[in-house]
Design a protein around this ligand. Structure first.
Ligand code: NDP
Ligand code: MG
Length: 384
């Protein structure tokens, strides 16, 4: 029986992880859950799973939960930053699923690693912002980082039993998002409602917008660099609109291994949670014969964030943290109607241009760059 803590249990990944757990109650048990503001759903989850520990962002919500769960003595209820860190380091958990959105996941991920919990990593922003720190701390403590992101799960599966030295390159697939076929001029009029319609995946709002700008793939390139210890010239992105091939690995002998499946996040979540077992869950497999699988090069003129992410990754130091933080601010401003869709890459680019990247050794140095980038991006968003 594996006992796990979930950071972001009320989100898209968190809810799907609990569905996976429902399929395998003899294998996995959630012992600690952290949420942001959805107190009703957290209450429901707490009643169903009876975890040792739950946490919510605001004190008033924690007080409400304490009243609602007065009869459930075994569940302790915390709040805020301390609460999230308590969930991340819960003594009973051997694994932490990081499913909060954004760089807010960085500090609890590092805390979980320090507490020697294996990490099922959905929160890619933590690796983007501080990949060097996260991976070196995990190595030092013998902590495993198991990818949940579908592309990285695919690469991990393709690398099973292979010698890392034989890898020629990793090919990350991208659906291309809802604006793949739209002309650049038409993209000026993109509204939040349009950007929130993803053709193949149902996800939280931030990553859905990132998929529409291709920033998601850019973040995944940096994520792949750290997860698989690859130089950037060994990471290629290809558009594959059907999202059936989740990614590929090309080896030195020219062979290409691909991992295929239905686009359903429960599959990579299950692989990370049950690794190395492959058991039958409730996701139905591919229906054969499958239709054509097609591929095209990404259009970086239309989607400049993909190129900016490669640039930030190659520059290194604090630049990826700045790229990520500026993007988080710009996406939020787009969703609230402050800026236009095509302003997102412009703001990220301008923030990157005014940043002097530095190498970092500590969380504080990364957070300082993150805060600087957020301030700068906010100024640019309000200036219009
Ligand atoms: P959602 O927005 O759906 O969920 C985010 C979760 O984090 C919610 O449970 C939210 O709580 C919680 N949360 C937000 N802020 C805080 C906080 N300050 N303290 C505690 N909890 C907080 O996001 P997704 O599930 O879509 O994405 C989560 C991560 O997984 C992201 O990093 C994303 O890039 C990655 N990912 C997601 C995929 C997907 O299919 N969704 C695919 C691959 C990667 P609440 O709702 O209660 O406010
Ligand atoms: Mg992905």
């Amino acid at each position: 029986m594996k006992q796990i803590a979930i950071l972001g249990s009320t989100g898209s990944i968190g809810r799907q992880a609990l569905q996976v757990i429902d399929d395998f109650p003899d294998f996995i048990r959630p012992v600690a859950l952290a949420a942001g503001s959805n107190r009703e759903l957290l209450l429901e989850q707490a009643k169903k799973y009876r975890p040792l520990l739950i946490s919510i962002q605001k004190k008033e919500d924690a007080l409400w939960l304490r009243a609602e769960l007065a009869g459930q003595r075994e569940t302790k209820i915390y709040y805020g930053r301390e609460g999230m860190l308590a969930v991340a380091t819960c003594h009973a958990a051997s694994m932490v699923l990081t499913a909060v959105s954004g760089a807010a996941g960085l500090e609890p991920t590092l805390a979980a690693i320090r507490a020697r919990k294996d990490i099922a990593l959905a929160n890619k922003e933590s690796l983007v912002a501080a990949g060097a720190l996260v991976t070196s701390q995990a190595r030092r403590r013998g902590v495993k980082i198991l990818p949940v992101d579908s592309e990285h799960s695919a690469v991990w599966q393709c690398l099973n039993g292979e010698d890392p030295g034989d890898v020629a390159r990793v090919i990350l697939t991208a659906s291309g998002g809802p604006f793949r076929c739209m002309k650049r001029e038409e993209m000026i009029g993109v509204t939040p409602a349009m950007a929130l319609q993803h053709p193949n995946w149902k996800m939280g709002p931030k990553i859905t917008v990132d998929s529409a700008t291709l920033m998601n793939k850019g973040l995944e390139v940096i994520e792949a660099r750290w997860l698989f210890d690859l130089p950037y010239d060994k990471i290629k992105v290809i558009i594959h609109p059907q999202s059936i091939i989740h990614s590929m690995v090309e080896f030195n002998d020219g062979a290409v291994m691909a991992q295929l499946g239905v686009p359903d996040m429960r599959l990579p979540i299950q692989y990370a949670l049950l690794y190395p077992r492959r058991l039958e869950g409730s996701v139905t497999g591919l229906q054969w014969p499958i239709d054509a699988l097609t591929f095209e090069e990404p259009d970086v003129e239309k989607f400049p964030l993909l190129a900016l992410a490669f640039e930030a990754g190659r520059t290194g130091g604090t630049m990826p943290a700045v790229l990520n933080a500026a993007n988080e601010v710009a996406v939020k401003a787009f969703l609230t109607g402050e800026i236009a869709f095509m302003d997102i890459p412009q703001i990220v680019e301008q923030v990157m241009q005014s940043h002097r990247p530095r190498e970092y050794d500590s969380l504080e140095e990364v957070l300082e760059a993150d805060r600087w980038a957020r301030r700068r991006a906010k100024e640019l968003c309000t200036r219009g």
